[in-house]
Design a protein around this ligand. Structure first.
Ligand SMILES: CC(C)(COP(=O)(O)OP(=O)(O)OC[C@H]1O[C@@H](n2cnc3c(N)ncnc32)[C@H](O)[C@@H]1OP(=O)(O)O)[C@@H](O)C(=O)NCCC(=O)NCCS
Length: 324
């Protein structure tokens, strides 16, 4: 069987940062509370004219350079985002334009914070089936636009950024197992109800909190810990028949969630945490973490890596792979 693997990684975050101290001046919160409850110290925020596709293009260029391939080599651009530039054209098409990758197809994947793993799974399947040779998978978000800056329970959590990977056929290692899941019973716990086409932003809804992220933090926390633990067990078992892994790369939503999952699985020392610098960048958090792990030498060829994520919906997803 033909195997697909990640052969290049890249990331980009906008230069502007918002620290916990900055947030102390905006809402009734404290640096201490945010660090203790979430692990976050600062997050990056895009300038008003910058969209998710702009961040995605920069991350994509870095991933292509890392893979040593050009834009003409791409068959498909897949962008996972919860914050598309506009209703249409899709963010993926905007990225195709930005990269001048004229040969590539382009499609968005909407699975909130699990979107990157969903996209990676689709890319892997297309390559393994022999339909495509090279796919760019990007997670890109400008969540600062979907954030209610008057709601202290959510505005301290999120940040903007993008991460990208190049996927192609590989002779050794590569993608081994996936799980893509959803639980629609969770819609009430994490959502933004206004701003689509069922409930457009009308004048009377302009100031509605439902235009922004609404969250019942404790319910999301419980779902995240339980689901990520179970999902990691299943994908690792399917790939290798054991939980032995070299690196666990979880979606970065809260350091306490990651620590709890790591402890339950007995792999706390293998779990990557970089949320302190970026906050929760939704679909971008896993490819950003992969890029940092590779750059720091924490990710090396042959390593067993498990990716795990969850998000609004609820959605969840896991992947087991051997680093190329
Ligand atoms: C949001 C989260 C950090 C809150 O932490 P928590 O320990 O559950 O805290 P609670 O929601 O129980 O709130 C505890 C208290 O802190 C207060 N609080 C909430 N946000 C605060 C902030 N930024 N600063 C100070 N106090 C805050 C609450 O009002 C509450 O006060 P009360 O006890 O007087 O009512 C946590 O629930 C979480 O991370 N959930 C998952 C969120 C997530 O992953 N979302 C993204 C999914 S992709």
């Amino acid at each position: 069987m033909r195997h697909a693997g990640i052969v290049g990684v890249g990331m980009y975050v906008p230069p502007g940062t918002l620290t916990n101290r900055d947030l102390e001046r905006m809402v009734d919160t404290s640096d201490e509370w945010i660090r203790q409850r979430t692990g976050i110290e600062e997050r990056h925020i895009a300038d008003p004219e910058v969209g998710s596709s702009d961040l995605a293009v920069q991350a994509a260029k870095a991933a292509l350079a890392d893979a040593g391939c050009g834009t003409e080599d791409l068959d498909l651009i897949l962008v996972a985002t919860t914050t598309p530039d506009q209703p249409f054209p899709t963010t993926a098409v905007m990225v195709q334009k930005g990269l001048e990758a004229w040969r590539a197809g382009a499609v968005d994947v909407g699975a909130t914070c699990s979107g990157f793993i969903y996209g990676l799974s689709l890319a892997g399947a297309l390559i393994e089936a022999g339909r495509m040779e090279r796919v760019l998978v990007i997670g890109a978000e400008t969540l600062s636009r979907l954030t209610n800056w008057e709601d202290r329970s959510t505005c301290v959590l999120f940040g903007d950024g993008a991460g990208a990977v190049v996927v192609q056929a590989v002779s050794e290692g590569g993608l081994r197992a996936f799980e893509l899941g959803a639980d629609g019973r969770g819609t009430e716990f994490l959502n933004a109800w206004v701003g689509g086409f069922k409930r457009p932003v009308t004048a009377d809804l302009l100031d509605s909190p439902n235009r922004f992220i609404n969250m019942t933090g404790r319910e999301v926390f419980k779902f995240a810990v339980r689901t990520m633990e179970e999902s990691v067990r299943r994908v690792a078992d399917r790939a290798w028949g054991s939980l032995e892994m070299d690196l666990l790369v979880p979606h970065q939503a809260n350091a306490r969630i990651i620590e709890a999952v790591g402890q339950r699985l007995g792999v706390a020392d293998k779990a990557l945490i970089n949320i302190q610098r970026y906050g929760n960048t939704s679909a971008a958090s896993i490819p950003i973490a992969l890029t940092e792990a590779k750059a720091s030498g924490r990710l090396r060829p042959g390593m067993r890596v498990v990716l795990t994520g969850f998000g609004g919906g609820f959605t969840y997803a896991g992947a087991a792979l051997e680093w190329v």
